[in-house]
Write a protein that binds this ligand. Structure first.
Ligand SMILES: N=c1c2ncn([C@@H]3O[C@H](COP(=O)(O)OP(=O)(O)OP(=O)(O)O)[C@@H](O)[C@H]3O)c2ncn1[C@@H]1O[C@H](COP(=O)(O)O)[C@@H](O)[C@H]1O
Length: 122
């Protein structure tokens, strides 16, 4: 899936330069960030709606639309997939460590270099 999103990101960057009359991506780019944000929110809602209605197939279709609109929005503000992958890796390493530590008051704790237990301020 990561490769698909990388290919989609490259295609979106290229499509932004095309004629808005023939490219949806170029049209979204010409309409600007508020329109992109609106479309992204709409698609997120549609994913949830189809899932609640039990329509697996349409949930998959709407999920692909959601990812497309997310990548279009990323392209508008200079976010590349790798930026998001790095954050996901950071969380995995952080929470992965936390999973091995006893939790206190519902929050994971981490053992500081000094050996003192501290709450993860995430
Ligand atoms: N991956 C996608 C992609 N996914 C979804 N969509 C568009 O997003 C629409 C789904 O959102 P909506 O249901 O809101 O669409 P809608 O019903 O037409 O609603 P409106 O926003 O038009 O009112 C689909 O009808 C597609 O037109 C996509 N359009 C383009 N791509 C890819 O983006 C790249 C650039 O393509 P162009 O934008 O066509 O140049 C190519 O690699 C394409 O494959």
């Amino acid at each position: 899936m990561a490769d698909s999103i990388l290919r989609l990101h490259a295609a979106v960057l290229a499509a932004r330069l095309r004629d808005p009359a023939v490219s949806r991506t170029a049209r979204l780019a010409s309409e600007g960030l508020p329109k992109m944000a609106k479309k992204l929110a709409e698609e997120a809602f549609e994913v949830g709606l189809e899932a609640v209605q039990g329509d697996r197939r349409r949930t998959i279709l709407e999920s692909a639309d959601l990812i497309y609109n997310l990548v279009v929005l990323w392209s508008e503000i200079g976010i590349a997939p790798d930026d998001v992958w790095r954050e996901m890796d950071r969380r995995e390493q952080l929470y992965g460590i936390a999973e091995k530590l006893p939790k206190t008051r519902g929050k994971p704790v981490a053992r500081a270099a000094t050996g003192r237990r501290t709450l993860l301020g995430v």
